[in-house]
Design a protein around this ligand. Structure first.
Ligand code: CA
Length: 400
């Protein structure tokens, strides 16, 4: 084969595989159309939605993208709770004071929390995502990884479009299909979006009144407890036993008080008939938090304790609280494969972390705490540099 025909051959070969991928996509799209019609979506809606969809390889890439490092708490938190967000939140509280007070009465959510979600999700509407949501949802629905979930979300998005007469162009959002000021997925939009300004449509892109009311309504349904905080920063006594962290213990505030936990500024802990869990997102050198029932509600919105602490603290700051007493320390980021190796070492030494995945869950924390105790270290369950070095040494010694 000469060079020219070799190039022609390889071009043909690569374009065939692109063709077959495209053919697969359009077959999937045609199945989705049938499904939509069966669920009552009209031809007119399909013409301005599914008929306009193109495959979006970038969306697939973003869905697959597992960051090599997970952010440390310090990086995550400081990016989200900053002076600009606090000041902007306070200014918006003035602007929407009447509405926010009404929402607190009706749904039980204090204004500062609604603002904190809005600030974290889209910078108070500054960035709502520009991708056509229908395209993103079809692309993800046609991939096996989470196809079933995204097919359901797509059907909801089509129903929202049809019900409100929203155009294809209007329905933009994140790569995963989250929409509007507070980044609602279509299923949340369909269930909890409220038309509060009375124009006949729940419009989470263009109506701040609709968006804030919908956020309050959603939070109430996620289980927000009226008149309770999210949690608070606390001060732990010297020599504190950290084992409740890995064991995910939930104690009454009275019990935490008996264990020596105080307010962050050192005053006695304010006790009410409430339960709480302890979090040490940067280990014992960083701030400690007691997380109340509403912390769980925040995690139902976004299943991340870093997110929940950031929402809670941003809300406090918007309401005038001072900064954390202990600032999150700058600690090294640990690559995921190193965390995986750490879990393998712990397993090999008889401290069970489950299947190594490079993600620090409560089982890994508990295993690390047992190892730390055995070595006479502060057993906070945090994979600090020091702990990792001692672990590596123990692993090598155990082999010789
Ligand atoms: Ca409206």
């Amino acid at each position: 084969m000469n060079r020219t025909s070799l190039i022609a051959f390889s071009l043909l070969f690569s374009s065939t595989s692109v063709f077959s991928q495209e053919a697969e996509f359009y077959q999937c799209l045609s199945n989705l159309k049938e499904k939509a019609i069966a669920q009552g979506i009209t031809q007119a809606t399909i013409k301005d939605s599914l008929d306009r969809v193109k495959p979006r390889p970038k969306v697939v890439k973003l869905d697959k993208n597992q960051p090599e490092f997970s952010a440390t708490f310090e990086t995550y938190f400081n990016r989200r709770v900053n002076a600009w967000r606090i000041q902007k939140g306070q200014a918006l509280w003035k602007k929407h004071r009447k509405l926010l007070n009404q929402l607190t009465v009706k749904y039980g959510i204090p204004g500062q929390y609604i603002l904190a979600f809005w600030g974290l999700e889209t910078n108070y509407g500054g960035y709502k995502g520009k991708r056509p949501v229908i395209d993103s949802l079809v692309t993800l629905a046609c991939k096996p990884r989470r196809g079933k979930f995204f097919t359901k979300e797509l059907m909801q998005a089509l129903k929202i479009k049809q019900k409100n007469g929203f155009s294809y162009e209007k329905m933009t959002g994140s790569w995963a299909g989250a929409m509007g000021h507070t980044q609602f997925m279509p299923s949340a939009y369909a269930k909890y979006a409220v038309d509060a300004d009375g124009d006949g449509k729940a419009d989470l892109w263009n109506s701040e009144i609709d968006a804030l009311t919908s956020a309050a309504n959603f939070l109430q349904h996620l289980g927000w407890t009226r008149a309770e905080r999210w949690g608070r920063e606390v001060k732990l006594p010297k020599g504190f036993d950290f084992s409740p962290i890995g064991q995910q213990k939930v104690y009454d505030l009275e019990k935490w008080k008996k264990l020596g936990v105080r307010m962050a500024d050192g005053r006695p802990l304010v006790v009410a008939n409430m339960k709480a869990r302890l979090y040490l997102p940067s280990g014992h050198t960083g701030p400690a938090f007691l997380a109340y029932n509403n912390f769980k509600t925040i995690m139902r919105w976004n299943n991340s304790s870093f997110y929940a602490i950031s929402v809670g603290h941003l809300a406090d700051r918007i309401a005038g609280a001072t900064q954390l007493v202990i600032q999150p320390p700058k600690l090294p980021r640990i690559p995921r494969d190193e965390l995986k190796a750490m879990q393998q070492s712990l397993n090999a030494l008889g401290y069970d972390t489950g299947k190594p995945d490079g993600i620090i869950g409560s089982r890994t924390i508990a295993a690390l705490q047992n190892f730390q105790k055995k070595k006479g270290l502060i057993a906070d369950g945090y994979p600090s540099d020091k702990v990792l070095k001692i672990l590596l040494k123990s692993r090598i010694n155990s082999k010789t």
